[in-house]
Design a protein around this ligand. Structure first.
Ligand SMILES: Cc1ncc(COP(=O)(O)O)c(C=O)c1O
Length: 407
């Protein structure tokens, strides 16, 4: 009998997908906590506030209404698509019709759909680094090639046109823009945003603009929407957004894409063959979120603002840590290079991955090492936790560093 070649159990495509490092760290910290260990977690990418009552109440009501018990249109409930178009006009300034909206299972799903719809095998996608871990993985799943464009702490982690020029190739199709940024908290100002938008138009590129942190900006910073400040870009721009960060609704899983009609209609076909409509109960909650006032996010922003000042100050007080002031979102991104190659109770880390494990084991503090964002030597600290916990957690890292010895 002829022997059959052995087949891989897991496909190459999926076998190559990296686990989400941020979710993994968060899971480890939560597991330790559930065993009664007093861990301070800076890993989570979610607001620590509850979803506002008015939103949860709309969902409770929706549960009891039989019309929500059935399949609904793949692209989303008409009320929600209208509410998203109106909200996009209000917050981003973009004139969009409801037909230009696809409701997705969270912002992550909108990102996945966008790459799957726009990227062909071998197309290159420019992603400034440090980057949010999902972008390159989702590009690869779509058959594209993620091209990392390095940014530096000295330039506020913002990509420069001279760097983009270096990484541009005939295969470049799309640029990923996120401002405020996860993981760096960087926010592009109007001039920087215009420069970027012009460069994209000049090179006939597409942009995926991730606006999920648009409301979390501090001081004079503002989230500028690229297709609005440069309307010539609108025909090649997809805006990605969702209710997760603005309304403390990470668990509800409602996001969306807004883009040219042909792109939205193609992405809707894809979604019709994969996940279909998003849970109607969650969609009804999202309608309530979007049609209601923005005062809850204003309160959250005020709290994040105090935490930002505290964490920035405390981190920079630790010798060996350098942290720029975050301009938006709820992340501080710090260089920990000065903490490597020291002796922590017999352990001498040479990488931030190892250092993060030591900090979790010895100081009971969870942080996400820069390796997860394409920049070893750094770490992300989410400040979506109370000021007491911030003081306790950063204080513990300070104590650990003070006790460490030069190697
Ligand atoms: C930059 C960015 N975009 C999109 C998302 C997706 O959020 P969700 O899928 O929870 O809506 C996140 C979540 O961490 C994010 O940080």
């Amino acid at each position: 009998m002829e022997t059959q070649p052995t087949k891989q159990r897991i496909s190459t495509r999926i076998g190559n997908v990296a686990e989400s490092a941020t979710l993994a760290i968060d899971a480890k910290a939560k597991a330790l906590k559930s065993q009664g260990v007093d861990v301070v977690g800076f890993g989570a990418g979610e607001p620590d506030f509850p979803t506002p009552d008015r939103i949860a109440e709309a969902a409770a009501k929706a549960c009891l209404d039989p019309k929500n018990h059935r399949y609904t249109p793949t692209a989303g409930l008409p009320e929600l698509r209208h509410a998203i178009a109106a909200k996009t006009k209000r917050d981003s300034g973009l004139d969009a019709q409801a037909s230009q909206v696809l409701v997705t299972n969270g912002g992550k799903h909108a990102i996945f759909n966008t790459f799957a719809t726009l990227v062909d095998e071998g197309d290159e996608v420019l992603i400034p680094s440090p980057y949010w871990t999902t972008y390159p993985e989702a590009v690869k799943l779509a058959g594209g090639i993620p091209i990392e464009v390095p940014t530096t702490l000295e330039h506020g982690f913002k990509v420069r046109i001279s760097d983009l020029d270096k990484y541009l190739s005939p295969r470049t199709k799309l640029f990923v823009h996120v401002s405020p940024s996860n993981p760096t908290g960087a926010v592009y100002d109007l001039n920087q945003s215009l420069e970027l938008a012009n460069w994209l138009v000049d090179h006939d590129l597409w942009v995926m603009a991730d606006e999920i942190y648009e409301h979390l900006v501090y001081d004079d910073n503002k989230s500028w929407s690229l297709p609005v400040i440069e309307p010539r870009l609108a025909d090649k721009a997809v805006i990605v957004n969702g209710v997760a960060k603005t309304y403390a609704m990470t668990g509800w899983r409602v996001g969306w894409m807004v883009g040219p009609e042909d792109v939205i209609s193609a992405a809707t076909n894809l979604q019709s063959q994969s996940t279909s409509n998003v849970s109607n109960v969650a969609q009804r909650a999202a309608v309530e979120a979007l049609e209601g006032p923005l005062d809850d996010v204003a309160n959250m922003k005020a709290a994040f603002g105090h935490r930002r000042t505290l964490i920035h100050k405390m981190l920079n007080e630790i010798p060996g840590i350098e942290c720029p002031l975050p301009e938006g979102a709820f992340y501080a991104y710090a260089s920990l290079n000065g903490l490597l190659n020291r002796n922590y109770g017999g352990e001498v880390p040479t990488t931030t991955s190892r250092l993060a494990e030591i900090i979790l084991d010895q100081a009971r503090v969870a942080i996400v090492p820069g390796e997860a964002f394409g920049t070893p030597g750094y770490a992300r600290f989410s400040y979506a936790l109370g000021q007491e916990d911030i003081s306790k957690g950063i204080g513990r890292i300070g104590d650990l560093v003070a006790k460490s010895k030069h190697h």
